[in-house]
Design a protein around this ligand. Sequence first.
Ligand code: R5P
Length: 293
Amino acid sequence: MHGFETAGEAGPALAGALGAPFGLVRTHRFPDDELMVTVPETPDTVIAFLSLDRPNQKLVQLVLAAEAWRRLGARRLVLAAPYLAYMRQDLAFEAGQAISQKAVAGLLAGLFDRVVTVNAHLHRTHSLSDIFGSTPADDLSAAGALGDWLSWRGGASELLLLGPDEESEPLVRATAERCGAAWTTLRKTRRGDEEVELSVDDPGRLKDRAVVLVDDICSSGATLAPAARRALTLGARDVRALVVHALFDRAAAAELQAAGVRQVVSTDSASHPTNEIALAPVLARALANEIAP
Ligand code: R5P
């Protein structure tokens, strides 16, 4: 398996879980900001580990590395990107806008023979095959890892897992089923251009409960912060958050804290101070068939 410097511990951890050697792809930045990428000794099948949070430079690294891998004889290139970038722009919301999801999926499909990711943000697009075409693309779920972490932490049956919106339902439900917690989601009703009301089917359910907000992404915090405030006004005694992809900065962390979120825990799909849940076992299960016996 090959990984890039930005992979941190997650790359070697995945290689360890696969029982495969880990080779480092080195990147040199020239004074004019162009990059030069050097890949290690290249096997027949390269599993390339690179999570695509803060993606712009990383996409160029992949383009360059793929050229080297192919020229050095790789017959199969598999991208393991626990976070897949640019999936949220799935429409041209205004005339002239690029559909980034289509463009980036098309680029990766042209470089790799298979792409493996976790909880890709697919909203209007139903499946990765709609955008990756004939290139196989696996969208794994972190729900098992989230649920196992809640079980390990203890007291899961006392928790109420709360999705901040209807879209979060599959992830919240699967996480709750894994650890035996209760769950529900908030519902958004737009009351005007600026006003969104968050409601829940049975508001009494949140009273005195330890609530864990569960979502795929936390980026600006603009989804979780109002959800936390709503949970607290409905009587929750404690609000924490569990996210798959932690993309938020310090300002958003302060905003979450101000909204009453006592703790955020995330998977290591993007390197972040809140990382506590390793995705290596989830990725390794999906990638085991790529490793020669
Ligand atoms: C939205 O559909 C997603 O599931 C997340 O809730 C959203 O992307 C989180 O982003 P932010 O933190 O910027 O609200």
